[in-house]
Ligand binder design. Structure first.
Ligand code: PLP
Length: 357
């Protein structure tokens, strides 16, 4: 049976990505070798790295003066790398979910952290909008999409001249971004790009080198800028797969087209939730709703049927819709690679289940 993959991460990849990666595992760039067994310094892999960097720049329309890095360690390593390289005395953070909480914890190791606003007391069901970013902050950090709670900031915030850092792990490439507003954007690849194991960092070159603390070589962005992400062995296979996805994104028409498709998919599912008597969304302000991760639950009256619905959905080939344990209910992740057809199958399953009750 055809599977409909709604996992939050690692998550669905395009068939284009999976097939080309599978082919290269058998024979990479006509070398007669597997991509798993070639030197990262071979000219064939250097070409992969160069094209991947060029495509990230093209797709996100990155201006001059920025470097695109492919790093190990996950987005979680960026939680400490960012302040280690960019926090001099004080940084401002917006607390919108578990990943933001983790980022704040790491930043506190390097300086003063001003949490300008938080929705923690409301279990992160909305994005706080009423806050002031101190003008003397070295930067303002936010999570553009809260993967666990299904809230999203789809506009580049205005930080009033304070430099911006964003964790875009779960919504990068789902909309155009004004990169010139940012000093650093980072994203673990396993949500919207590639298998786990690589993280993209887009860093403004002249933002680096202004802190006094010693930085271990591997944790210094300048090392990776200087060496083109080849200081040490980079995650070769995830980078190869990322390149396939980037080519596919370009072929589909770039991030503007991807955004249109993502908006249409999300609208379809949110409409179904809003028009149902059995399901309801968990995000309180509709303008905060994520188009990448749709979180919903059963209304109190039907609450005890949640487990049954997951089994029913799985009988239709739907996988990965169980909500994160801190929210409960359901979470349907609608990343770029998920086809509209899968959303239609989920919506049909919801309607059928509801009509049987
Ligand atoms: C998944 C995720 C992370 C953590 O990524 P790792 O690669 O597992 O470290 C961080 N931030 C956001 C927004 C995420 O969705």
């Amino acid at each position: 049976m055809k599977k409909h993959n709604f996992y939050a991460g690692p998550s669905i990849l395009s068939q284009y990505t999976i097939k080309n990666t599978a082919d290269a595992i058998l024979n990479f760039a006509d070398t007669g070798l597997s991509v798993l067994e070639v030197s990262h310094r071979s000219k064939e892999f250097q070409a992969v790295m160069d094209e991947a960097v060029a495509l990230v720049k093209e797709l996100l329309d990155i201006p001059e003066g920025y470097s695109v890095l492919f790093l190990g360690g996950g987005a979680s390593l960026q939680f400490c790398m960012a302040p280690m390289n960019l926090l001099r005395t004080k940084a401002a953070y917006l607390e919108t979910g578990t990943w933001a909480v983790n980022a704040i914890k790491e930043a506190r190791l390097f300086g003063e952290v001003d949490v300008v606003a938080s929705s923690k007391d409301a279990n992160f069901t909305f994005i706080p909008k009423d806050y002031t970013i101190p003008a003397d902050a070295d930067y303002f950090h936010f999570t553009s999409n809260n993967t666990i709670y299904g809230t999203e900031m789809r506009n580049d915030p205005d930080a009033g001249g304070v430099r911006l850092i964003a964790d875009m792990s779960s919504d990068i490439f789902s909309r155009p971004v004004d990169v010139s507003k940012y000093d650093l954007i980072y994203a673990g690849a396993q949500k919207n790009l590639a298998p786990a194991g690589v993280t993209i960092a887009i860093v403004r070159d002249d933002a680096l080198g202004h802190v006094d603390r010693p930085i271990p070589t591997m944790l210094d962005y300048r090392t990776h800028v200087k060496k083109g992400s080849m200081f040490n062995t980079p995650p070769v296979l995830p980078i190869f797969a990322a390149l396939q996805t980037l080519r596919y994104y370009k072929e589909l028409g770039g991030v503007k087209e991807l955004e249109k498709m993502d908006l249409a998919k999300a609208a379809k599912l949110y409409d179904a939730i809003d028009s149902s008597r059995m399901f309801e969304g968990t995000v309180t302000d509709p303008s905060d709703r994520s188009i990448m991760n749709v979180c919903f639950v059963m209304t109190p009256e039907y609450k005890e049927l949640e487990k049954e619905f997951i089994d029913f959905a799985s009988s239709k080939g739907i996988v990965g819709i169980k909500g994160h344990r801190s929210v409960g209910g359901f979470r349907a992740s609608l990343y770029n690679a998920l086809p509209m057809e899968s959303v239609e199958v989920l919506v049909a399953a919801m309607k059928e289940f509801e009509s049987k009750r």
